[in-house]
Write a protein that binds this ligand. Sequence first.
Ligand SMILES: C[S@@+](CC[C@H](N)C(=O)[O-])C[C@H]1O[C@@H](n2cnc3c(N)ncnc32)[C@H](O)[C@@H]1O
Length: 255
Amino acid sequence: MSQLYDRAEIYDLIESEKRTEILRRDWQQFLGDRKIRSLLDVSIGTGGMSLPLQELGIAICGSDLSEAMLARCGTKAAAKNRPIELQCSDFRDLSCWGDRLFDCVASTGNALGYVSNEDVPVALEKMDAHVRPGGYLCFDSRNWEKIQREKQRFYLYPPFFHDGTRVNLVQVWDHNADGSITFNLLYTFEQNEKIVQKEIFEEHYHPFPLRIVTEKLSDLGYEELSLRPFPCSVPETDFTKMEWYRIIARKPQER
Ligand SMILES: C[S@@+](CC[C@H](N)C(=O)[O-])C[C@H]1O[C@@H](n2cnc3c(N)ncnc32)[C@H](O)[C@@H]1O
């Protein structure tokens, strides 16, 4: 089965001006009056989520497990004349960033669920090591507790057009006996109402409860923990009903 992240050009088909605008507004609200001038995204992928921050004057660096995603991210940033420093790295080992500190260390795009529940606190600890005192740690995640409660399987996305080709995306999620979830993604590409290309990918996730991250952040001394729907334009306040959330927490000045 081919990996979606080896096909970064297909992954990026979800990008649109409208999506970028929503993300830009989301970041604007996120920044608010927080003192953030630099941000490291440890699951930057093609940069769809964090590159809009460059337009808001934030210096971005990024790492990711996938060379193909990083290559595309680098090309997109260079095309906007905003080159970016990128490293290929697992977020459970961020030694590639040496002793560098950032105002904020983020993991964007629901990436923490890629590792086992035991490894989620490890990743948070590694991220924390690069947050300056008084800086922020943040990540967004699907609400795995809601997903596990409802066990929805079929997700049909609205079709979109790319270079004159209609793109259809269907996801079927297998809820496995060990608690993990396999996302089966089927992309079909249509011209003149005929499928001319099909691509199937599998992504494997390990749902984690919110408690795992709040406990770890509390152990690390984080304060001012905020949990809100992601993107922030979603008007949901009840966590149990949120599809996707973002956590932002502040590292103490001294520990
Ligand atoms: C859904 S994509 C989101 C990408 C990016 N944040 C964006 O907005 O386009 C998830 C990303 O997490 C990365 N990833 C998965 N496991 C990882 C790990 N253990 N360490 C670092 N990156 C990882 C994947 O390579 C992929 O680029």
